[in-house]
Design a protein around this ligand. Structure first.
Ligand code: UT7
Length: 333
């Protein structure tokens, strides 16, 4: 069987224009800029317009057009779209097919949504790389795009301060440049027993939204923050060790850790558990808050734009989220 090298050929991101600051939130719920910043590291988040033009697939379209330019590819060069999101445009059809049409793709490429919450992008990337390695597909568009502002209860200070909207994408494909870029090792996992730590049980087949739910406003995302915090730090550290061990590498060889951006204290604790220098950890949660599947591709793209992450660097993506899902990717960019 073929064993092609895999390269991230292009990246892109889009965030909505509207900025919602901690001070704005002080007017909505009983909170303060100081509490939010000290406990989470968040200052601002972006909020999609509900007038149209900033739905999850619109954000993905804009991010993808930039990524295609960098990759020097055309929309029809994409063989597959994997769209990580828990906030799709519609229940049906999936967001990947909506994006396919918006991109003007006419090659009937496969198009699949991945509902793995904050791990959605890493799930997509790891699935994509395995299909590229075997030769099944050549170029995959992996997306993380979320409009969480639609799913949070803006009267619940436990959750509404944490989340934001945004999108990050990567075009990952067969490395035909004969350079060192490749995915070195990766991991995907889940533990369904932690489902009650972060869920949204109302609105699905089991419990459709009724007028009663609308009155009680209990159909939003809900989270047990402390439990999530503990699992997150443990899981992120385990993931990193696992992929490094599989690769026969150690942390000193990693140039950049790009962790899921849920809370700066989770990131710092994970960094301490691993013993990685803080300068090697990419953090942008202050600007965008937790954008679920979009955090890792957005942080990665920004770090490239800022000249931090360069070609040839060893990068480690590390994600966890509702489910509980988790995953990591170790690669040479
Ligand atoms: O993407 C994956 C999903 N996300 C996560 O994994 C997030 C994980 N969890 C967290 O980031 C943190 O647990 C939170 C930021 C959610 C909460 O931080 P914490 O340090 O665990 O705070 P806490 O829940 O223990 O609350 C401490 C106090 C409480 O008051 P009392 O009981 O001590 O009087 C809360 O009621 O802070 C209060 N509080 C707030 N105060 C001001 C809770 N939320 C707020 C708020 N503003 N927004």
């Amino acid at each position: 069987m073929a064993n092609y090298k895999v390269k991230i050929k292009g990246t892109g991101m889009y965030v909505p224009e509207k900025v919602l600051s901690n001070f704005d939130l002080e007017k909505l719920v009983d909170t303060s800029d100081q509490w939010i910043y000290e406990r989470t590291g968040i200052k601002n988040r972006r909020i999609c317009s509900t007038e149209g033009g900033e739905w999850p697939t619109d954000m993905a379209l804009k991010a993808t057009l930039d990524a295609l330019k960098t990759a020097k590819l055309e929309p029809n060069d994409i063989d597959m779209i994997l769209f990580g999101s828990v906030t799709p445009d519609y229940k049906l059809p999936n967001s990947a097919t909506v994006l396919q049409t918006k991109l003007g793709i006419t090659n009937n490429c496969a198009a699949l949504d991945i509902a793995a919450a904050c791990s959605g992008f890493v799930y997509g990337l790891n699935m994509a790389q395995s299909m590229i390695k075997t030769g099944m597909v050549k170029n995959v568009l992996v997306v993380g795009s979320e409009m969480l502002s639609r799913e949070v209860n803006w009267e619940d200070r436990n959750t509404c301060i944490l989340f934001g909207d945004g999108c990050g994408v990567a075009i990952v494909g067969r490395n035909e440049d004969n350079d060192e870029s490749d995915v070195i090792s990766c991991y995907l996992g889940a533990d369904g027993t932690g489902k009650e730590f972060f869920d949204q049980p109302v609105g699905g087949a089991v419990e459709p939204i009724t007028t009663d739910h609308l009155e009680k406003k209990n159909y939003f995302m809900q989270m047990k923050g402390k439990e999530m915090f503990k699992v997150a730090t443990r899981t992120l550290a385990q993931n990193a060790k696992r992929v490094l061990e599989d690769a026969g590498m150690d942390l000193s060889q990693v140039d950049w850790l790009v962790p899921h951006q849920a809370n700066v204290r989770i990131i710092e604790t994970t960094g301490k558990l691993l013993g990685i220098e803080p300068e090697k950890v990419i953090v942008n949660i202050d600007k965008y808050a937790n954008t679920s599947a979009a955090t890792i591709p957005m942080a990665f793209h920004e770090a490239i734009q800022e000249g931090k992450i360069k070609r040839g660097d060893i990068v480690l993506f590390d994600a966890f989220g509702a489910g509980l899902t988790t995953g990591a990717t170790l690669f040479r960019y």
